[in-house]
Design a protein around this ligand. Structure first.
Ligand code: SF4
Ligand code: SF4
Length: 335
């Protein structure tokens, strides 16, 4: 077990974990909600440090990040545990498990970076479950990755504490954050969390200049109401900016944790979300319906061409030097 950071002793003698907005009060011998931070004799330990349970060189488009280093691969890794309990989770076997440390594989931060370099990746990505709950492991790996010339990515539910965000931000180049709904009731019932901290962190990340893209999973009956999607797209456009890419992705019941009886999202729901995003003024909306290519907002010239399937995304770039090759306008694509 690795000694954890991000906690303090509370007045009642428990340890308060300060890593995410749950701020769990953890009694001796117990773990927090994420099941990977344990109070052992008055000290908090991380059960996830070094335990990358999944690792792969993925196209960066699969995170999804469409405006950050298109066409490159990112060495992706994640540990067991999550601070959310989403009924729709597709990685629930690792996000909702109770980790048995003795049986978990061990991969040092150095080895993660070595794997990334050997695989020809341009970045590392902390993903698959929730990077916040393995923040100490992520941070150590990110620092080594930056020293080796790699970029760093978080794919996150956006529920980190301000302490965590302040510690991670100097080392973080790009992030995709789930904005699952604007309804607090959805967050409470489906994820075991609240929406306001996510909105607060999104504003903070955007203002901090970290490359930001947002993903919304469209779940029929849960997160497909037009008025909710209008509020969500309006939040991105007004509180963040119209250039922030919005990924609208369909829910698949077959691989969900607890929602196998919920129908899959149809093309019409994705088309509706895309139309709502356009009405809200968003410049870049990506979904299974319509083109996943990026076009210059000034002259319409194609800047990036992508295959339609996210899993096998490959991108061809036509922009150069941050400019549209046709009209020389600013390109939203970042390196
Ligand atoms: S990371 Fe969040 S869920 Fe996990 S113990 Fe800390 S406060 Fe609780
Ligand atoms: S969907 Fe993401 S945030 Fe929700 S439980 Fe799964 S890994 Fe955690």
């Amino acid at each position: 077990m690795q000694a954890a950071g991000f906690y303090h002793e509370a007045a009642d003698g428990t340890l308060q974990c300060d890593l995410c907005r749950h701020y769990c009060r953890i009694r001796a011998g117990r773990t927090g909600m994420c099941r990977v931070r344990r109070n052992v004799d008055g000290r908090l330990y991380s059960l996830s440090f070094g335990h990358a349970i999944a690792q792969a060189g993925d196209p960066v488009e699969k995170k999804p990040l469409y405006h950050f280093m298109p066409g490159t691969k990112t060495w992706s890794f994640g540990t067991p545990g999550c601070n959310f309990t989403c009924g729709n989770c597709q990685n629930w076997q690792i996000s909702q498990c109770i980790p048995d440390e003795a049986r978990l594989p061990v991969t040092s931060p150095e080895k993660i970076v070595e794997n990334a370099l050997q695989a020809g990746c341009a970045s590392i990505a902390c993903t698959y479950t929730e990077p916040t709950i393995f923040a100490e492991y992520a941070l150590e790996t990110m620092k080594l990755a930056k020293a080796a010339g790699l970029r760093t990515i978080w794919v996150s539910n956006g529920y980190m504490s301000p302490n965590c965000l302040d510690a991670v931000s100097p080392w973080l180049d790009a992030t995709n954050i789930d904005l699952k709904s604007m309804d607090d009731a959805f967050y409470r019932r489906t994820c075991g969390a609240r929406v306001e901290p996510v909105l607060d962190n999104l504003r903070h990340i955007f203002r901090g200049g970290i490359h930001l893209e947002i993903t919304t999973l469209v779940i029929p009956g849960y997160s497909d109401a037009p008025e909710m999607l209008e509020r969500l797209a309006g939040f991105i456009a007004k509180d963040l900016g119209p250039e922030v890419p919005w990924h609208v992705i369909p829910f698949y019941p077959e691989i969900s944790w607890k929602m196998s009886a919920t129908p899959a999202a149809g093309v019409s729901a994705l088309e509706m979300a895309r139309a709502i995003g356009k009405s809200a003024g968003l410049s870049y909306i990506y979904s299974g319906a319509g083109s996943n290519d990026t076009f210059c907002t000034h002259c319409g010239h194609k800047l990036v061409q992508r295959h339609r399937t996210l899993g096998n995304a490959a991108a061809i770039r036509f922009d150069s030097g941050g400019r549209c090759p046709s009209c020389n306008a600013h390109s939203p694509i970042k390196d």
